[in-house]
Structures are given as C-alpha cells and as structure tokens.
Design a protein around this ligand. Structure first.
Ligand code: IPM
Ligand code: MG
Length: 364
C-alpha cells in the first residue's frame, strides 16, 4: 500500500454532545490510519463554551490558526444554556461564525437523505419521504448573520432598538449559485432558488443574479425560483419535487432544520462548509449541542460520521474511503441498530459509542 502525505485534520468537539459524537469520528480516523495506512494527523482543541471556560473567549487565535492550517475541520457543536447570558461577543456561537466567515466558507452543503431503513422514523408518511435525496446549499458568510449595521441601541423614552441588516452583493450570490449549479450537474440537473423577493430588495437581487448565472453558464439546468415561505410548506407537502435548493444564510438555516426532520432525525444530517481556498473545509453535524442528552451516551453519531465522509470526499480527495464509510453506516442500519432518536419497534437500541464501534466493524 502506498503511504500518502500527512494530512492535518483538526477536531473541535465543542460543547454538549459534541465531544461524544466527535470521539466516534476520531476512532474512525484512527482506523483509517491503521488499516489503510492513511497518514491523517489529528489535532484536537477547544471551541465554544469550553473554550470560554478556559480562555474567556469562544475561540483563541491559536485555535483559529490551527484551523487555517488544517485540510479539514470536524466540529461537533457549540453552545448551551450555561453561556446563553454571556455578552454577545463571548458566546460559543461566535466561534462558529468567526470560523465560517474568516475561513471564507461561503457554501454550506446540507444533504437530506431519507435512508430506506429509516422511512418510519420520519414524522411524515412513508410515501412522502421514501427515496428522498435533496441537497440544500446554504449561503454561509453573508446576509443578515453578518450584515452591518447591527446592534442594540438606545432610542428615546428609554426604549431600545435591535438592528440587523440583510444584505447581499452580486458576487456573494453568484459564487454560491455556481456551487449549487455544479452540484446539480452531477445530480438531477434541477435547482430551486429560494428568496423573499416579494418583500426584500436583497431577494430581488438574489433572484436576478441566480437567473443570470443559469442563463449564461448553465443553460441545461432547470432552475425555478420559489419564495422561502412557500418552500417551507412544499418541503412538507411534496419534498421529492426538489433536487438542489440554493438559498441565503437565514432561510438556509431554517429550511435545513426542516429538511432534517424529513429524514427522521436531526441526528442524521451532515454538512460541509466549503470556500474558495483550495479544498479546505469545515464539517459539522447539523444538530446542535443537545445539552439535554449530553453525557448520557444517547447522542446519534451518524451525522458527524457522515460529515467526516463528506470531508473525505470534498477536502481529502478520498472518494473510495467516503463510499466505504457511507456503506458501513447503511449496513449497521440494515442490521437494525439504532440510537434512541431513530429507535422503532423491533430494533436494537445502542449507545453513541456502540453505534460508532458497529460502523467501524463494517468498514472494509
Ligand atoms: C447551524 C446553527 C448555527 C447557525 C448556530 C449554532 C449559530 O443553527 O449551523 O445551523 O445558526 O448557523
Ligand atoms: Mg441551524
């Protein structure tokens, strides 16, 4: 077997269930190192609330530079009730937003796939979700998450005003639209772009720029535009009408949580955040820190494991290994093993680490 060069992977487990689910990925990386002679170099550090506890900031410069130098970052989750009352700049979530913004990870890929073994885990009827395979492309470094001006300002009569700005420039829209069209080329050649062009100028620009990219560069792709509220409704009514959905930061946040539930559990949805620079990317499960089940061994590690599969594919050029891992997940589900979030009658309940071990045992 040929030894390839060392590749740096930074693990940022973070808060809540983050450490438990990322630990399963760590075991998988170690398996690849040992069994496939892949020389992954693993580093691990603090982010979010745990970083605040130690350093009084959600991410230190040192960790940020480590992230900058890694080929792939695997992030667990950040946040929890303990830090909810902190001043905004110190909150765990700021670390995540800083990493996304400063590493310029503008395209967030969130695939929602309903595994055949889990059709019954969805709260929707089996015929609505079975065979579902959609890809949400969420713009990740612009829009109302980062727009200026922002803040809470005093106004007259002791009242205060909360301000956020929803703003997009053409280039921000064009580059994420291209990511969506490129993905659609390899899928069913269908893109739905979601905006609120009926009430927002930034939405009108969004619609015009996406259409222009299609007309000029992707004439073979079928593009439709949909208002974001209608998209939320259509996702529940007839989700299989979608292939690739491209939308802004805020709508993408909301629509991807909704899409997750079509698949049965938020514990199944991986994500990849990609930018322009080489192939570096950050990979995280879409679920949050789930403080209510942290430390109980109940968390589902599949979203994080599938996020690592996306890292193998998009950052590390290891498509075969990604397939290997995805198939191992399928086999474990075939065997009837389930964490509590996807448990149904007749299936065997397993803990976070038992699920990880079972997946490793199916790797080829
Ligand atoms: C997500 C999360 C984050 C977001 C939070 C934790 C800041 O909900 O990745 O979807 O709003 O983007
Ligand atoms: Mg979210």
């Amino acid at each position: 077997m040929i030894k390839i060069k060392k590749r740096k992977i930074l693990l940022l487990p973070g808060d809540g269930i983050g450490p438990e689910v990322v630990n399963e990925v760590k075991k998988i990386i170690e398996w690849f190192n040992k069994k496939k002679s892949l020389d992954f170099e693993i580093e691990e550090d603090l982010v979010g609330g745990v970083s605040y506890e130690k350093h009084k900031k959600p991410i230190t410069d040192e960790v940020f530079y480590k992230a900058l130098e890694s080929e792939a970052i695997i992030l667990g989750a950040v946040g929890g009730p303990k830090w909810d009352t902190l001043e905004f700049s110190k909150r765990p979530e700021r670390a995540l937003l800083k990493l996304r913004k400063e590493l310029k990870l503008f395209a967030n890929l969130r695939p929602a796939i309903c595994f055949k073994q889990l059709v019954d885990a969805s709260s929707l009827k089996p015929e609505i979700v079975s065979g579902l395979d959609i890809m949400i492309v969420r713009e990740l470094t612009g829009g109302i998450y980062f727009g200026e001006p922002r803040g809470i300002k005093p106004i007259e009569n002791g009242e205060r005003k909360g301000i956020n700005t929803h703003v997009y420039s053409s280039n921000e829209i064009i580059r994420v639209a291209k990511v969506a069209f490129e993905l659609a080329q390899k899928r069913n050649k269908k893109v739905t772009s979601c905006d609120k062009s009926n009430v927002m100028e930034a939405g009108i620009l969004w619609r015009e720029e996406v259409q222009k990219v299609k007309d000029e560069e992707y004439p073979n792709i079928e593009l439709s535009h949909m208002l974001a509220d209608n998209c939320a409704m259509q996702l529940l009514r007839k989700p299989k009408q979608f292939d690739v959905i491209v939308t802004d930061n805020l709508f993408g946040d909301i629509l991807s949580d909704e899409a997750a539930m079509l698949t049965g559990s938020l514990g199944l949805l991986p994500s990849a955040s990609l930018g322009a620079k080489d192939k570096n990317g950050m990979y995280e499960p879409v679920h949050g820190s789930a403080p209510d089940i942290a430390g109980t061994g109940k968390a589902n590690p599949i979203a994080t494991i599938l996020s690592f599969a996306m890292a193998l594919k998009y950052s590390l050029d290891l498509d075969k290994e990604a397939d290997n891992l995805e198939q191992a997940v399928q086999k474990v589900l075939d065997d009837g093993l389930r964490t509590q979030d996807i448990l149904s009658k007749g299936k065997k309940e397993v803990s976070t680490s038992q699920m990880g071990d079972a997946i490793i045992s199916k790797l080829k």
